[in-house]
Design a protein around this ligand. Structure first.
Ligand SMILES: Nc1ncnc2c1ncn2[C@@H]1O[C@H](COP(=O)(O)OP(=O)(O)OP(=O)(O)O)[C@@H](O)[C@H]1O
Length: 245
């Protein structure tokens, strides 16, 4: 489903090879900045690679990415972050030796151009929104998994994203922890932040995603209303053979 988007992302004919392995094969994807898009698919389908491509983590072998009609294909991750697109990582990557507050302040200060006062305010907002006030002064390396995931989210939020790219942020959490995380993400949606969220825990993802994409072997095999995608025979065969988690 691709169409010109004056306020959002348009990715055309994306190709990414790692050596002889073709990981993204002519991907076409578009979204408005106010959408919540879920991405599912079997391990190795290319989901994280697509997210990385949208975030500007590497150069593509082919294709183009437009953000709000501006060509960002050649722009690096920090330039895209400045334009409002930022990602979280599947494995949280905080700066050890720094507190939660300091970690978020670094993102607020250097992720985007912000003066000291603004960065401080963005840091407080991101910490509050992520529910981390109670651990703001803890060292990052002492956090449990939920708080490490929250910190990953807080650091992304501190950059004031318009489109947030989430990579398996619920993975490894308990059911109760996932509920808390979904509440936070719903709040981001209320604030108008667009979301692309890769998640294997489909019932959690569906609480937020209004549109679902399924990838397999570097291709998008289905894209649309979540229940329609989940009952698509190709999706059932490629991904849901083991049932929905
Ligand atoms: N930097 C890299 N160098 C070489 N191969 C890579 C690299 N990154 C990913 N791959 C390969 O690309 C393929 C797609 O990986 P990717 O992580 O995008 O899949 P995924 O759909 O996100 O999988 P998962 O659900 O397991 O996270 C895999 O075969 C992976 O081994």
């Amino acid at each position: 489903m691709t169409h010109a988007v004056s306020n959002g992302l348009l990715a055309s004919d994306l190709v990414k090879n790692f050596g002889s392995v073709s990981v993204l094969k002519n991907i076409n994807f578009s979204m408005n900045a106010d959408e919540a898009v879920g991405i599912v698919g079997p391990n190795g389908a290319g989901k994280t690679t697509l997210l990385s491509a949208l975030a500007g983590a590497f150069q593509l072998d082919q294709g183009s990415i437009l953000l709000n009609n501006q060509d960002v294909t050649e722009k690096c991750a920090s330039a895209r972050c400045n334009l409002g697109v930022v990602r979280t990582h599947q494995i949280p990557k905080p700066f050890d030796g720094m507190t939660v507050f300091e970690n978020v302040l670094v993102a607020a200060s250097y992720g985007v151009d912000a003066d000291k006062q603004t960065a401080y305010q963005h840091t407080l907002n991101a910490i509050q929104l992520s529910g981390m006030e109670h651990v703001a002064n803890r060292q990052a390396e002492s956090l449990g998994l939920l708080d490490r995931k929250r910190l990953e989210l807080a650091r992304a939020l501190a950059t004031q994203p318009k489109i947030l790219l989430l990579d398996e942020i619920a993975g490894g959490l308990t059911e109760a922890e996932s509920v808390q995380l979904v509440d936070t993400i719903k709040e981001l949606r209320r604030q108008g932040i667009g979301i692309i969220w890769i998640e294997h825990i489909v019932h959690v993802l569906l609480q937020v995603a209004e549109r679902l994409i399924c990838m397999d072997s570097g291709e998008i095999i289905a894209d649309g209303e979540p229940q329609a995608v989940l009952s698509n025979p190709q999706v059932v065969k490629a991904y849901l053979g083991g049932g929905i988690e």
